[in-house]
Design a protein around this ligand. Structure first.
Ligand SMILES: Cc1ncc(COP(=O)(O)O)c(C=O)c1O
Length: 385
């Protein structure tokens, strides 16, 4: 059989490459995975079980069940200051598929999508699959990886269609402030561009930071597709439910495309997501406080290792330490840490050229795993110095 050119040249995710390597080291302390180690809150699980018994076992409309779309429109209006109705909402299989639908809806072959560098590597694979061109907008460690409006503007060409923004950021933990978003919005409006704003970590914020959705800024609602997910907020990664808010005609077109991808999201999972939105939110806050403790533990531990520098992540659940002082590439360092120290990390270059010299370490793991990883890293890195 002949593999298509597009599938042969689709870039692999450096995160998945590390997972595959790590499978050979079952005793390694794993800080590679961007997945909550918390269980999905019980009332959500119970609602899914009941939904299955009550017959939520059939196809649903392409855009999702009406009750969930309505509840999501209400959530976005109340929490994110993005007005709309269920006609502005589409439910899809995780933020993953939601993003693929957004990218497929906006880009024609050869069109350029601006993406932050470093960024979550799936964006690159998705743009490639849609026949588009991903153009990096470099961000800098000295700005704690906040995107500068000036760098954004410099990357715009006549082929630029849209910007993909991700705040809080995977992998850097950067949370853009309202003023920074206003400057970015001004560039977007002036160049008449669209934006895909990927916000799955909106509830994972530390030290009093607040999440601002770009679509809530003046004149932006018609230009922004706001993507989100139940995966991180409610520890529901395996349920695969994401959603997007956008102009009605784009959402209607995505619903048509959805028929070709997965037709619709698992029916019982959609009902469970209604319970997540309607039910008590204290589990979300408890998990956030847990991540904050783990962040402090991890970052303080990393900073105490000679040669490691680490900015404090403002959101999400990743530390992004600078390990360039050891004179090894990020890929070599991640491999050595796995093979010699028994610690799984992800090399920074998996997130773009600007990630070279850094590692991504997830603090969605347990405190015991974080402590073990720190001890092993300290011993190994000290032996290198
Ligand atoms: C920035 C970002 N966007 C989207 C996703 C995909 O999330 P989901 O599980 O909803 O597909 C992830 C998952 O790691 C992510 O880090």
């Amino acid at each position: 059989m002949h593999l298509s050119n597009r599938s042969r040249t689709n870039p692999p995710s450096g995160i998945r490459t590390m997972f595959a390597l790590a499978a050979n080291y079952p005793d390694a302390a794993n800080l590679g995975v961007g997945e909550p180690n918390y269980a999905t809150p019980e009332h959500i699980v119970e609602r899914a079980v009941r939904a299955l018994r009550e017959g939520a076992t059939k196809y649903t409309p392409n855009a999702g069940i009406a009750e969930l779309r309505k509840a999501l429109a209400a959530k976005l209006a109340a929490e994110n200051a993005i007005p709309g109705t269920e006609r502005n909402i589409l439910v899809a299989t995780g933020a993953c598929e939601t993003l693929m639908l957004c990218i497929s809806s906006l880009l024609d072959p050869g069109d350029e999508l601006l993406i932050p560098d470093p960024c979550w590597p799936n964006y690159l694979g998705q743009v490639h699959l849609a026949g588009g061109v991903a153009v990096p907008v470099r961000t800098y460690a000295e700005d704690a990886f906040h995107m500068r409006a000036k760098s954004l503007e410099e990357a715009i060409t006549p082929r630029t269609k849209a910007l993909l923004l991700n705040s809080p950021s995977n992998p850097t933990g950067a949370v853009l402030r309202r003023e920074e978003l206003s400057d970015i919005a001004e560039v977007i409006r002036r160049h008449d561009l669209a934006v895909i704003s990927d916000e799955p970590y909106e509830h994972l914020l530390y030290d009093g930071r607040v999440h601002v959705s770009l679509a809530s800024l003046p004149g932006m609602a018609d230009r922004v597709l706001t993507v989100n997910s139940f995966s991180k907020t409610y520890a529901m990664t395996g349920w695969r439910v994401g959603f997007v808010h956008g102009p009605e005609e784009i959402i209607a077109s995505m619903a048509r495309l959805q028929e070709n991808f997965s037709s619709c999201v698992n029916a019982a999972a959609q009902v469970a997501c209604l319970a997540a939105l309607d039910g008590p939110q204290d589990a979300v806050e408890k998990m956030r406080l847990g991540y904050q403790r783990r962040r402090d533990l991890l970052v303080e531990g990393l900073r105490s290792i000679p040669g490691v520098r680490c900015h404090m992540p403002e959101g999400a659940f990743y530390a992004f330490p600078d390990i360039s002082a050891f004179g090894k590439s990020s890929e070599e360092m991640a491999r050595l840490l796995l093979e010699k120290a028994g610690v799984v990390t992800v090399p920074g270059n998996a997130f773009g050229a600007a990630g070279e010299g850094f590692l991504r370490l997830s603090f969605a793991a347990s405190e015991t795993t974080i402590e073990t990883a720190l001890e092993r890293m300290r011993a190994f890195l000290t032996s290198l110095a």
